[in-house]
Design a protein around this ligand. Structure first.
Ligand SMILES: *Cc1c(COP(=O)(O)O)cnc(C)c1O
Ligand SMILES: [Zn+2]
Length: 445
């Protein structure tokens, strides 16, 4: 069986382009493109047969099918030949049963999909493996693609730099100066990418990179490039796979540029169309109150959408006021009877600290998602017996400054009260004071 896929305009069904074409928007209407698959070919195999095939490949060694992205290759990007796939065995991340946190929040069946447990520490690896593999295929076919570039809030650039380094493809990244963590900044530097730290915000970097890519014939790796969406959509497939193909009631996702919610929506919709699942979950997008254009739009039933200048937020990877994938995201939210919720700086920091106390080590974006969930449970939107999966987007170890400042109670300026702070005690190395400290902690006076 041969499988085909192509770029197609979200609005004009007859505007189609091959996947190796360097194009991100419809030539006729300027709308975003999506990768579409030959669903007739894919449905030659039953839903059960696809599930069996995916289970058989999952986390095994046959390259590249042990990757949770490439294990779904037929539905992701069949155009890349196996030997051109650039994979670091992405996916296969833990679905953490947040039993204790769930009890505290009032949801019995709470799971955290740990997408940050990944090669570069965020879910961006899932999309980048597809994009960089396609570029490798294009270069192998003799197409001139001199470099790949992205604007980033820190995680896209880390993923791009790593995959390009593995494939010996030049990478260029634009980062907003002082708006990414030290860990995020050093990742592309270490991987040898040309790293530009620009005196602007993410939206400013985004405008510039498009211009530079256009003029220099460089391939653009931002999520307006829908190849990345194909890789990211495998989170939806993998998480139901990890639930023995049962669909949760809710999936909660922190959203900035809104590529990820679009990706998960696309994954669920395609699984449904192909009979892998028999119902759809409801989607929740969680935004930081300081960068909440989608939330504002949601309050008006999506009848209008106003880009903003995003204000500073601890959830720096979603400090985006003019999200590229907003049309895709709104379409997905409508289809999935979705909800948008916001979280203040205090709420997101508190949610992180609470989750960490139950064994997680959350990034601030995951905190936004958990804070949003907390509010939805309190309001009775999410019920106590609903099965909920929260998508954790990055590893907490990428954001040590945030954690340290929280526990030192140095986030007051951001409006955060560190109610759950845990201070290290610095003591002389002597039995007396050490023993006293231990006894005090154990309430033995
Ligand atoms: C990119 C990113 C997001 C936001 O994803 P979008 O697709 O831009 O909505 C959230 N959290 C982290 C850690 C990210 O890196
Ligand atoms: Zn169009």
């Amino acid at each position: 069986m041969s499988y085909r896929s192509w770029f197609q305009c979200m609005h004009c069904a007859d505007e189609r382009y091959p996947l190796h074409e360097v194009i991100y928007q419809c030539r006729r209407c300027g709308g975003l493109l999506q990768v579409e698959h030959d669903l007739a070919a894919l449905s030659q195999r039953s839903g059960q047969a696809w599930r069996d095939l995916f289970d058989q490949r999952y986390m095994r060694t046959e390259y590249p099918y042990g990757s949770a992205v490439w294990g779904k290759k037929e539905m992701v990007c069949p155009a890349v030949e196996d030997h051109n796939v650039v994979s670091m065995y992405e996916g296969g991340s833990n679905l953490f049963w947040a039993e204790r946190l769930g009890q505290q929040l009032g949801v019995q069946d709470l799971w955290v999909k740990q997408c940050g447990n990944s090669h570069t520490g965020s879910f961006k690896d899932l999309g980048m493996t597809v994009l960089v593999s396609m570029v490798k295929q294009m270069r192998a076919d003799g197409q001139a693609v001199p470099a790949v570039a992205c604007a980033s809030t820190g995680d896209t650039s880390a993923a791009l730099a790593a995959y390009c380094a593995a494939a010996a493809i030049p990478a260029i990244v634009f980062l907003p100066k002082d708006k990414v963590s030290v860990a995020q900044l050093i990742q592309p530097i270490a991987n040898g990418a040309l790293t530009l730290s620009l005196r602007t915000d993410f939206d400013g970097c985004m405008k510039l990179i498009q211009e530079v890519c256009h003029r220099e014939g460089i391939y653009l790796a931002n999520s307006m490039n829908s190849l990345r969406i194909e890789g990211q959509k495998t989170v939806s497939i993998e998480l139901v796979q990890q639930c023995d193909w049962q669909v949760p009631d809710w999936v909660v996702i922190p959203g900035g540029n809104l590529g990820n919610v679009s990706a998960l929506g696309k994954g669920f919709a395609e699984m449904h169309a192909l009979g892998l699942i028999d119902r759809l979950p409801r989607l929740v997008v969680a935004q930081a109150q300081n960068a909440n254009p989608l939330y504002q739009s949601y309050l008006r039933d999506f009848s209008e959408f106003h880009p903003q200048v995003a204000r500073k937020t601890l959830a720096s990877a979603i400090q985006i006021g003019d999200p590229v994938s907003r049309d895709r995201a709104i379409r997905a939210l409508r289809q999935f009877h979705g909800v948008v919720e916001e979280a203040s700086e205090d709420e997101l920091a508190d949610a992180c600290a609470q989750a960490d106390r139950t064994g997680l080590f959350t990034c601030p974006h995951t905190g936004v998602a958990l804070a949003a969930l907390t509010k939805l449970v309190r309001r009775g939107v999410v019920g106590p017996t609903d099965k909920v999966v929260v998508v954790s987007t990055a590893h907490g170890l990428k954001f040590p400054e945030f954690k340290v400042r929280y526990h030192e109670d140095r986030l007051a300026e951001q409006g955060v009260t560190a109610r759950r702070r845990n201070e290290p005690l610095e003591l002389d190395a002597e039995l007396g004071p050490v023993r006293d400290a231990v006894r005090r902690a154990l309430d033995r006076g």
